[in-house]
Design a protein around this ligand. Structure first.
Ligand SMILES: Cc1ncc(C[n+]2csc(CCOP(=O)(O)OP(=O)(O)O)c2C)c(N)n1
Ligand code: SF4
Length: 289
């Protein structure tokens, strides 16, 4: 039987095509609720999506959207922000997109402190291409692509981000929608690169890291007086994995200006609304070469 959806203000004419029970639903709800709570009009929001089940959200959220190339969602988002700094620019992409093909882009955008929010779907598999191990898969994880168990240790987005100088680092769980919604809200409000990495169970292909797995283990750092200004402690917490798994804000630094603030051409009106001088190709070559 087809799933029934009650349409809200940020929905489109298309219904999600994710598997019933997929963790993507929780992220979808949290993101839409966060945007509604912040009262950002849809035409002021650009969401850049990666290729993956996560990226299919492009059809289900009624803001501006751009379905990027696999692993190229971050540079597309950075470019869009430079072109129109008035937009709220958000990346929605999988852990394969962000830490496999797109790992270099992720680290360099973090280093620059580009003013974008990255919502990374950590399901530890390549969902769309039917369940191969993603870079986040835990050592020993068996999948169709790693039948004897994965040899490498897992890539960890929050610890990589902290090491690269990220100014807002957090982790949510798609089974805790209102908590995740709060994280997304704060991440959007943060000026600079904000990471919301999300435990997002892939109920079809990852039979280990499922909803019961996380429900038994996760806790909220903000309930335990975690000091979000302590970078070393944040790094330690980002690596915690076992009987207890932390969620919440690991690290926050409001003092560092975003990338755009350093560029003289970004001062004043957004580039996109400034009048274009009619120039021939030879003029441009003369000016730039
Ligand atoms: C350049 C390129 N390489 C590989 C692919 C094939 N491909 C499509 S989606 C995907 C992985 C998706 O996994 P992830 O990014 O974790 O997203 P999920 O589907 O789990 O949400 C791959 C490898 C592609 N489309 N383009
Ligand atoms: S394959 Fe996994 S990630 Fe993709 S829609 Fe199904 S449950 Fe979600």
């Amino acid at each position: 039987m087809a799933m029934q959806f009650v349409k809200g203000p940020l929905d489109t004419n298309h219904n999600p095509t994710w598997c019933p029970g997929c963790g993507d639903f929780g992220i979808w709800m949290s993101l839409k609720n966060a945007l509604l709570e912040l009262k950002i009009p849809p035409h002021k929001v650009l969401i850049v999506y990666g290729i993956g089940c996560s990226g299919n959200m492009t059809n289900f959220v009624g803001t501006y959207g751009w379905h990027s190339l696999h692993g190229r969602s971050v540079p597309t988002a950075v470019g869009a922000k430079l072109a129109n700094k008035d937009l709220t620019v958000i990346v929605v992409a999988g852990d394969g997109d962000g830490l496999g093909e797109g790992m270099g882009h992720f680290i360099h955008a973090v280093r620059g402190n580009a003013d974008i929010t990255y919502i990374m779907h950590d399901n530890k598999v390549y969902g769309l291409t039917v369940g191969q191990a993603a870079p986040t898969a835990i050592k020993g994880y068996k999948s169709k692509s790693t039948p004897e168990g994965i040899i490498e240790v897992n890539a960890n987005a929050p610890s990589l981000a902290i090491a690269a100088g990220c100014t807002f680092v957090s982790k949510g769980f798609s089974g805790r929608v209102s908590h995740l919604q709060g994280l997304i809200k704060q991440a959007i409000q943060h000026r600079g690169f904000s990471l919301v990495d999300v435990y997002q169970p892939c109920v079809t292909f990852n039979k280990v890291n499922n909803f019961p797995f996380y429900n038994q283990r996760i806790y909220d750092l903000q309930q335990e007086n975690h000091d979000t200004s302590n970078r070393l402690k944040a790094f330690e917490k980002a690596l915690e994995w076992g009987d207890r798994i932390p969620t919440g804000i690991f690290y926050k630094d409001e003092s560092r200006p975003p990338y755009e603030d350093h560029l003289p051409q970004e001062q004043g009106q957004p580039l996109v609304v400034r009048p274009m001088k009619k120039r021939s190709l030879s003029h441009l070559i003369e000016e730039f070469i």
